[in-house]
Design a protein around this ligand. Structure first.
Ligand SMILES: NC(=O)c1ccc[n+]([C@@H]2O[C@H](COP(=O)([O-])OP(=O)(O)OC[C@H]3O[C@@H](n4cnc5c(N)ncnc54)[C@H](OP(=O)(O)O)[C@@H]3O)[C@@H](O)[C@H]2O)c1
Length: 896
């Protein structure tokens, strides 16, 4: 229509247009308005206009699917706004404004009314609506609606004192929503303000404020010509400066906060996580997590993400569920009787709420819950579903009471219950507004109240980006999500031991209410087609946020991309990483945390895949010069223990929230030789496996390199050098004992070697240099048995890199290998063949080595067969704790 008629249309111009004639009339009105001189409205100031929403192409220029942008982690900070200088909003003589506040006799409300009256040259009316904001009563509506140009809600210190119960907040928001409906139905509508003072973030009144801010974001999209703005004053702010900002047309930002005379707005910016010093926060196996969200949609995927912690889960939804029923058969029978049952579409209204389709939907819901419980059981997680309406405090208290008496406590809550009742704000019913707000806000509060005194340590609420950017037709959802998010401050201040987080989620694909073809098309048309993140990505990000993020970052928005917004400042630029750092999938790593991974070519958090690169060179890898196990080899080569470090770093990049516990199924396939002056390029591929056992996660990994010729020329032909699987999980304690394994002195019948003897030994049989001479001494050996000692020293292993933090103690594993090699040489002095490690069935470790600590090494041969032997070996510290075990180290002899 814009192109055809040469006009600029706003959504509000066509609200309520039902017939073709209506539309024609509206177009004529818009043309008249556009042609009128000086017809600028709010949002058409001198300030540069926000970039309009564009229809995001789904494919790249070549037609190939475009590479999705990396997901960024956005948090919110105050950013200075600067003084305003340009136009402020003007009203025509005789127009009316209403100033309302929830407590009688507000001096700020009176002062605001006076100041606005003077500034706008109108006669304001202060409506003292003690305890409510409702203009719905016939008298108020009649007084206010016909020519209402402005509506101002004032929340000051007295209002703050009056608003103490969270339970009453949905009604307050509904009251103000009704007042806003009155405003937007007035032909004179011009502005709607929220002026606050003396309300702290942790006060219940802040929840009202945030709810109203959420409403403003939606309203600003629906009514482009109306100014919706919240202004928070502090005790030292000059009211006229505050109101000048409030009515400024210099910018279109919806939220202003004053500190003294200085104005700020809230800006979202990229804030990667750091894994260097993660918060001291754990969820232990068996602890209870309550998840509202019906056991359907996206919350089951968050539950699966908790598998490494092996919690007990309580799933809550309002639907009934019979754990004994065979839902698959019931659904099949129902489909046979009545045709295909309608697909349940998230929190949307059922297609037909009556009769059979209701029954069919109950079956579908039951089938989905049964499927979730089955999958959780497969992952070793004990889970129980309870039918529970989170809006109902008695219901929630009763169910969680049962949970507490059965399990003894509740460690965490994930509040994912939500419904959608979309409508343009003018037509939204009070019931639709309140129901949506209730599930979010009251639901969260009821769950918190019921769990708070029973060991609660975290509460994650699934909010939405609509609470940050608004969304046409979702004023109730915006209000509910934003008000709910504000509870994080209330909870954190009342109970600082609880990590309270609101995740402002973008649309999710793969499950849930936005995973619908029609909706995806709508999102695409809104320029948000690329904003979707997959449910797998969400699950990973949720877990990281819970276990790695600072507790004080309460609002967090994981986002891939977003069209720019008029009302909110968002800075999605990631910026270059600080020197010596790399940023990967929203996490910052210092170079000394990842000494073996140099380049990340590709990292997909949701799919759990990584491709990384590494150049090995003698110049950079100082350790390599010392890695010369064989006298007959001219050049040093990459040690297996460093290849395993590379695998663990790769797995850590995929799962930064989990600790590497060991490796298994390792194969040493080919030597990666490094002649002087030659750069050996290696590729590391790592893939997270979906099957996990007992809470442990496995990642397949491989390291390949290009061939070189005898003269050191690098060829474009690749070979795989190492493969294996990394075991990840929660950091554990000491490793379990191996009964009967201890090697006793009386078993040993061979010579002993002290440090000096070992040096001779190393010189005679190898070209190992200093740091690879890891055995300090041998206590002796007997047939198939050996015992020795190592001491791990810290050295600079990489040029220009100090304080390296390895994922595991590589030199300890090296020492265990040397122990086995020493046995062969000790027992048979005439041995001519070299022994090389061929593979490891499983290696586990419990902690890094302390510099200078003495560690006892013990090995027992398990099998021997034509040049191949298999050994079990372990490392034990001074306190008798086992810090590394290797089962099935396969050594093979080979002749040069
Ligand atoms: N999916 C997305 O793209 C997306 C984006 C942003 C935010 N979110 C938020 O993330 C949460 C989960 O989303 P989803 O996509 O999984 O939604 P969903 O598929 O619609 O699931 C929401 C669940 O909430 C439960 N629920 C609704 N009212 C309830 C009540 N009064 N008491 C107990 N349970 C209730 C429903 O279970 P019953 O039917 O059994 O009641 C429903 O299965 C929602 O809060 C949503 O607002 C989702």
């Amino acid at each position: 229509a814009e192109r055809h008629f040469g006009i600029t249309i706003r959504l509000e111009d066509f609200i309520n247009a039902r017939t073709v004639q209506d539309i024609a009339d509206r177009i004529a009105l818009v043309r008249e308005r556009d042609d009128a001189p000086g017809a600028a409205a709010v949002g058409e100031s001198d300030s540069p206009p926000a970039t309009p929403w564009k229809i995001a192409p789904e494919t790249g220029a070549s037609g190939a699917p475009s590479q999705p942008e990396e997901i960024k982690r956005i948090v919110f900070h105050e950013a200075p706004l600067g003084a305003v200088s340009g136009d402020t909003l003007k009203l025509a003589p005789g127009q009316e404004i209403a100033v309302i506040c929830p407590s009688p006799g507000s001096t700020l409300a009176a002062a605001v009314a006076d100041a606005l009256g003077q500034q706008l040259a109108v006669v304001p009316r202060v409506l003292d609506l003690s305890g409510q904001f409702d203009l719905r009563s016939p008298e108020d509506a009649a007084q206010a609606a016909p020519s209402l140009a402005g509506l101002v809600l004032v929340l000051d210190e007295t209002a703050n004192a009056a608003i103490q119960d969270i339970e009453g907040i949905p009604a307050r928001l509904a009251g103000f929503f009704s007042a806003m409906q009155q405003l937007v139905s007035s032909p004179d509508r011009k502005f709607c303000l929220l002026i606050t003072r003396g309300v702290g973030d942790a006060d219940p009144a802040a929840v009202v404020i945030e709810g109203v801010r959420g409403m403003f974001l939606d309203a600003a999209l629906e009514y482009d010509s109306v100014l919706f703005r919240s202004v928070a004053l502090d005790g030292g702010t000059d009211l006229s400066a505050g109101l000048k900002q409030a009515l400024s047309l210099d910018h279109s930002l919806a939220e202003i906060r004053f500190h003294g005379q200085e104005a700020f707005t809230v800006e979202g910016h990229v804030q990667p996580l750091s894994v260097l010093d993660p918060p001291d926060f754990r969820l232990n196996p068996g602890e209870v997590v309550v998840i509202s969200g019906g056991g359907k949609g996206i919350t089951p995927h968050l539950a699966y993400a908790l598998a490494p912690n092996q919690p007990r889960l309580i799933l809550l939804g309002s639907s009934e569920f019979d754990p004994e029923a065979d839902y698959n058969s019931l659904i099949a029978a129902d489909a046979g009787l009545a045709g295909a049952s309608p697909r349940r579409r998230g929190g949307r209204r059922p297609a037909s709420p009556a009769g059979k389709s209701d029954a069919a939907m109950r079956l579908t819901s039951g089938g989905e819950i049964a499927q979730t419980l089955k999958e959780l059981a497969r992952q070793g997680i004990e889970a129980t579903y309870y039918s529970c309406d989170v809006n109902n405090p008695e219901n929630v208290a009763a169910v969680l009471g049962r949970v507490v008496s059965h399990y003894g406590g509740i460690a965490g809550i994930i509040h994912g219950a939500g419904i959608i009742r979309d409508s343009f704000m003018e037509f939204m019913t009070a019931a639709d507004f309140t129901q949506v707000v209730d599930v979010k806000l009251l639901g969260a509060w009821n769950l918190y109240q019921a769990a708070r005194e029973h060991g609660l340590r975290f509460m994650v609420m699934l909010s939405s980006i609509t609470a940050v950017r608004g969304n046409v037709g979702q004023i109730n959802y915006c209000a509910g999500n934003r008000a709910m998010a504000a509870l994080t401050h209330v909870i954190a201040s009342r109970q600082p031991s609880v990590r309270a987080k609101a995740l402002m989620l973008p649309p999710i694909k793969g499950a849930g209410m936005a995973d619908d073809p029609e909706l995806r098309e709508l999102m695409r048309l809104k320029g948000m087609g690329d904003s979707y993140i997959s449910v797998g990505e969400l699950a990973e990000l949720f877990y990281r946020e819970l276990f790695l993020a600072p507790a004080h970052e309460h609002y967090v928005m994981p986002i891939r991309t977003l069209p720019s917004l008029k009302t909110v400042r968002l800075n999605l630029e990631e910026g270059p990483p600080a020197p010596g750092c790399i940023i990967a999938a929203g996490v910052t790593y210092r170079d000394f945390e990842l000494p073996m991974i140099q380049t990340i070519h590709h990292l997909e958090v949701g799919a759990g895949t990584l491709e990384a690169g590494r150049i090995f060179s003698l110049d950079h890898d100082l350790w390599m010069e010392d890695h010369r196990p064989f006298k007959f080899m001219k050049n040093p080569f990459v040690s297996g223990v460093m290849a395993l470090e590379t695998f663990m770093e790769a797995a850590h990049l995929l799962c930064p929230h989990l600790a590497p516990l060991g490796v298994r199924h390792v194969q040493y396939l080919d030597i990666l030789e490094c002649p002087p002056g030659v750069n050996r390029e290696a590729r590391i591929v790592c893939r997270r496996l979906r099957e996990n056992a007992g809470g442990e996660v496995l990642c397949d990994a491989s390291l390949s390199s290009s061939h070189i010729t005898a003269t050191g020329r690098v060829l474009d032909h690749w070979t795989t050098n190492y493969t294996g699987q990394v075991i990840l999980g929660l950091p554990g304690g000491p490793l379990p004992d191996w009964p009967g394994f201890t090697v006793k002195p009386e078993e040993l019948d061979s010579a002993q070697f002290d440090q000096k003897g070992m040096l001779l030994f190393y010189r005679k049989y190898s070209n190992f240099g200093g740091r690879y001479r890891v055995i300090q001494g041998l206590d002796g050996s007997s047939r198939g048995v050996i015992r020795g000692r190592t001491m791990v020293n810290q050295m600079d292993d990489f040029a220009g890199l100090t304080g390296v933090r390895y994922q595991y103690p590589p030199y300890l594993l090296e020492a265990l290998k040397h122990l086995v090699n020493s046995h062969l040489l000790l027992r048979d002095e005439n041995v001519t063949a070299a022994m090389i490690p061929f593979g490891i069935s499983e290696m586990r470790f419990s902690r890094p080595c302390r510099p200078g600590e003495q560690i006892v090494l013990e090995g027992r041969r398990r099998s021997q067969d034509s040049g191949e032997s298999a050994w079990d070996i372990r490392a034990v510290d001074d306190a008798g704790q086992i810090i590394m075990t290797v089962q099935g180290l396969i050594m093979k002899s080979f002749s040069a």
